[in-house]
Design a protein around this ligand. Sequence first.
Ligand SMILES: Cc1cc2nc3c(=O)[nH]c(=O)nc-3n(C[C@H](O)[C@H](O)[C@H](O)COP(=O)(O)OP(=O)(O)OC[C@H]3O[C@@H](n4cnc5c(N)ncnc54)[C@H](O)[C@@H]3O)c2cc1C
Length: 162
Amino acid sequence: MRRRERKVEDTKEIKRILDESKYLQLGLCDKDQPYVVPMNYGYVYEEDRLTFYLHGATEGYKYELIAKNPKVAFALECGVEPFEGKVACQYGMIYSSIMGKGVAHLITDVEEKKRALTLLMKAQTGKDFTFNEELVSIVNVIRIDVTEFEAKSRPLPPAMQK
Ligand SMILES: Cc1cc2nc3c(=O)[nH]c(=O)nc-3n(C[C@H](O)[C@H](O)[C@H](O)COP(=O)(O)OP(=O)(O)OC[C@H]3O[C@@H](n4cnc5c(N)ncnc54)[C@H](O)[C@@H]3O)c2cc1C
């Protein structure tokens, strides 16, 4: 990261960003053409290991790409707010974000799918949902094993803080 002072390393702060962001942009490879698709997520972040769970319909272009090449990239952000300045280059945005890379797996194990959907709904709603076999059979669930990521926060510039 070029702006090292903006790097976020505190686990609690990383969890806050993961909790607030709600959806990520999933980057896939279509041979030499990138494909980006926004998707909601649930996650597990334990002992520096980050795993995402995504779900969707049972068909779609993204699954075709994952089947050919499971390497993915992702980006997510929260707290995005513009600020103004006196001149153009002083305008900007505050934000917190996470970017990284990983490997996508389409989950087939019913129990893992149930756990993944419970985590996803918890992350999205804060509520505890349970799923039966019939419910999990009508959706695809993708697990992203994150191989590397970095978190960053851009605060309001000191001159603009009251
Ligand atoms: C904030 C947000 C959260 C979302 N969360 C989820 C989620 O959790 N699960 C989920 O399955 N989907 C989610 N979606 C919808 C998702 O972005 C895709 O539209 C959907 O997953 C289908 O993707 P696909 O690759 O299977 O495309 P297909 O349905 O196979 O369609 C392929 C083509 O349709 C077009 N297309 C597909 N999606 C979009 C789009 N969003 N906008 C414009 N054009 C598009 C593109 O040209 C693409 O190449 C979300 C969208 C948003 C904006």
